[in-house]
Design a protein around this ligand. Structure first.
Ligand SMILES: NC(=O)c1ccc[n+]([C@@H]2O[C@H](COP(=O)([O-])OP(=O)(O)OC[C@H]3O[C@@H](n4cnc5c(N)ncnc54)[C@H](OP(=O)(O)O)[C@@H]3O)[C@@H](O)[C@H]2O)c1
Length: 265
């Protein structure tokens, strides 16, 4: 898809899937807005995108500090006029059991993955209604469809996104606003490094499952394809994505597998 004069705002653009999406859409000539907390890392992505993109705006924001994004939205509108796509990709995972995870860490996971994502979408929504078009792309997870050991609040936040955005999609169908839910399985990014442990510190290592995942670039290409086709929901990954189908169609097998998994944890 040629995206010249199309504004694509990507959260979590400093790393992994978001960075790969930024580079992908730069090559098609988009106007890019790059957001996350790490301004320096965003600048590096900007440098890589600039030779190809129509324009790039670096707009740092923290999804945990989500009380008001109206200034950020106004900056994008002032710079580029429209917001055509908002790719809500920023997020953080978890590596801790229910019994050991304090409420503060559970809340942090919900703030970043759920409330921050929802608050930014809500801040952009009036602009999309005014435009009478727009496309929200929400990067959920395969564990947005079932629970998985060590992911309780992360999985809960991703599940919550499905309920919220399915409702938003219905309420704004007549405003020509689309919602695509993306459910990655395992993607080889730094997500396990950044995952929160029970004490709130970072897991700090690459998990074997993560290392064996598809590349962030392959994931970005599949996300772009799903966006082009205006898919409502798209599972992306390797053989692990069959678990979503097992959970839905063969729940007894899912319970056997998840119980086996917890014995190994
Ligand atoms: N990799 C996988 O296997 C996998 C599987 C399922 C779903 N996902 C989802 O895919 C999305 C991207 O993850 P990734 O794999 O690319 O991991 P990643 O490499 O760790 O990237 C996460 C991105 O989110 C940003 N972020 C984290 N906390 C933030 C905050 N408080 N405010 C703003 N931005 C924040 C990070 O930027 P800063 O540090 O600069 O803020 C970074 O750009 C996430 O929503 C994740 O849940 C990934």
């Amino acid at each position: 898809m040629k995206t010249t004069h199309t504004t694509i705002w990507i959260t979590g653009a400093s790393s992994g899937i978001g960075r790969a999406l930024a580079l992908h859409y730069a090559l098609s000539g988009a106007r890019l807005v790059l957001s996350s907390r790490n301004r320096e890392a965003l600048r590096e992505v900007e440098e890589q995108c600039k030779p190809h993109a129509t324009d790039v705006l670096v707009l740092p924001l923290d999804l945990e500090d989500n009380s008001d994004y109206s200034d950020a939205v106004q900056k994008v509108v002032a710079a580029f006029g429209t917001i055509d796509f908002l790719i809500l990709n920023g997020g953080i995972s978890q590596r801790s059991k229910v019994i050991e995870t304090p409420a503060a860490v559970e809340r942090q996971l919900m703030e970043i993955n759920y409330f921050g994502t929802v608050a930014l979408a809500k801040a952009v929504l009036p602009e999309m209604i005014r435009q009478q078009r727009g496309h929200l792309v929400v990067v959920s997870s395969i564990v947005g469809k079932f629970g998985w050991p060590l992911r309780s609040s992360y999985s809960a936040a991703k599940h919550a996104l499905h309920g919220y955005f399915e409702t938003l999609r219905a309420e704004h169908y007549h405003d020509n606003i689309f919602v695509t839910m993306i459910l990655p399985g395992r993607v080889n990014t730094n997500i396990s490094f950044h995952s929160l442990k029970a004490d709130g510190s970072s897991h700090g290592k690459m998990d074997a499952g993560q290392a064996g995942g598809i590349s962030a670039e392959a994931c970005a290409r599949q996300i772009a394809k799903a966006i082009n086709k205006k898919k409502k929901e798209k599972l992306i990954g390797g053989t692990e994505i069959v678990m979503a189908r097992i959970r839905r169609w063969l729940p007894a097998l899912y319970y056997t597998l998840v119980n086996k998994k917890i014995q190994q944890t």
